[in-house]
Design a protein around this ligand. Structure first.
Ligand code: PLP
Length: 392
């Protein structure tokens, strides 16, 4: 099997597994218990929080543990928008809840949360235009900010195209105008240099950087209040109730440390492999197109439209060849849908419905890329033969 779907998820690294094992065995206590077993588990949580804070140059109190990126994004978007809104709780759905700025190329974890605020809680939303290369319009962002703007939410790097947004400029615009900024950092962490001091809130998911699934965190700048989106105990400083996933959190911190250790070298290793794959794709499928700004893109991501072959057919053909890729967002639970990201970039339907995402990672080798390219060449020959047969 050739796994080229690291943007969907990554394999657990050894460092993460080793860090988790004690909490799946002897240290099983509830971190909220005051006895010795509880204190052992609490130490695991505290150590992980300290480590993550150190890695991000943040404060431990700025890390809120969650069940993953979807929850982090929901907490960041709903929690900040509601706490900034005069109306406060969502039940007070007033027409003047406030104004939010985002864009339609976000992952659904942000997109659907913002749409919920727009449809059900009286927020007005400005959806920024995205260029054909996938970059948001900075002038439009600056011009859209109003006195009642409560929140801007723009992802750092796109999961489908790998396109990287100009976060420094986005941050400057928001700071100058005193507006809060949340960013979905899920795909960027471990692949790009991250500076959380640019934002007020940032969402992370462990399984995208070789940690366990079902664990993540929200970075929330000190001094900001946030409305919880769930209700229960007083965990995480009353910001996120529920007994912490101790093993998950320990594994996440270990994975973060591991992935950052040689992130630069890995970027330089993956980019030429990704480019070699594109070269071979373009040779086998002369009509193929590369999607997303090639100059501002994650080193591991190649999104390509195989014009004339729809995504589902290509994914099945690749799967039969033992190549795991994706048609964009895997979060559509097994179904292949036309990418909302590519359509938002203004790509024609024909390009959007034939798009495939290849995403490389730590275990990807040059041999695997060569084998995947050979498989694509075989598929190209078969689809050409099939077309000629139909036309004959
Ligand atoms: N944000 C981005 C950019 C993602 O790529 C994903 C997952 O694909 C998510 C959010 C949601 O992550 P999870 O399904 O782990 O909650």
């Amino acid at each position: 099997m050739i796994y080229l779907d690291y943007n969907a998820t990554t394999p657990l690294c050894d460092a993460a597994r080793d860090a988790m094992l004690p909490f799946l065995g002897p240290y099983f206590g509830n971190p909220s218990s005051v006895h010795a077993a509880g204190r052992e588990a609490r130490a695991g949580i505290d150590d992980a929080r300290d480590k993550l804070a150190e890695l991000l140059h943040a404060k431990p109190s700025e890390i809120i543990f969650t069940s993953g990126a979807t929850e982090s994004c929901n907490l960041g978007v709903l929690g900040l928008a509601r706490s900034q809104s005069a109306g406060g709780l969502p039940a007070v759905a007033s027409a003047k809840a406030g104004h939010i700025i985002s864009n339609k190329a976000e992952h659904h974890a942000v997109l659907s949360a913002v749409e919920h605020l727009e449809d059900r809680e009286g927020f007005e939303v400005t959806w920024l235009n995205v260029s054909e290369n996938g970059i948001i319009d900075l002038d439009q962002l600056a011009d859209s900010i109003r006195p009642d703007t409560k929140l801007v939410s723009i992802m750092t790097a796109n999961n489908e195209t790998g396109v990287i947004q100009p976060m420094r400029e986005i941050s400057r615009i928001c700071r100058e105008r005193g507006v809060l900024l949340h960013t979905d950092i899920v795909q960027a962490f471990g692949k790009l240099e991250i500076d959380v001091s640019l934002v007020d809130a940032g969402s992370f998911a462990a399984h995208k950087f070789y940690g366990p699934k079902g664990t993540g965190f929200l970075f929330l700048r000190s001094g900001l209040s946030i409305q919880p989106i769930m209700f229960g105990g007083a965990h995480e400083n009353q910001r996120r109730p529920g007994t912490e996933n101790v093993a998950g959190v320990a594994g996440m911190a270990a994975a973060a440390e591991w992935v950052l250790r040689d992130a630069d070298a890995e970027r330089q290793r993956e980019a030429p492999l990704r480019d070699e794959l594109w070269k071979r794709v373009a040779k086998a499928f002369p009509a193929a197109e590369q999607n997303g700004d090639p100059a501002h893109r994650l080193a591991n991501t190649l999104n390509t439209s195989f014009i004339g072959v729809d995504s589902e057919t290509m994914l099945m053909a690749l799967d039969l060849e033992g190549v795991c890729a994706s048609s964009g967002s895997a979060c559509m639970v097994g179904s292949v849908r036309v990418s909302h990201v590519l359509l938002d970039m203004g790509l024609p339907m024909e390009s959007a419905r034939s798009a495939i995402r290849f995403s490389l990672g730590r275990r990807t080798t040059a041999e695997e890329i060569a084998d995947a390219a050979d498989a694509l060449e075989r598929i190209a020959t078969r689809t050409k033969d099939a077309r000629e047969y139909v036309l004959a």
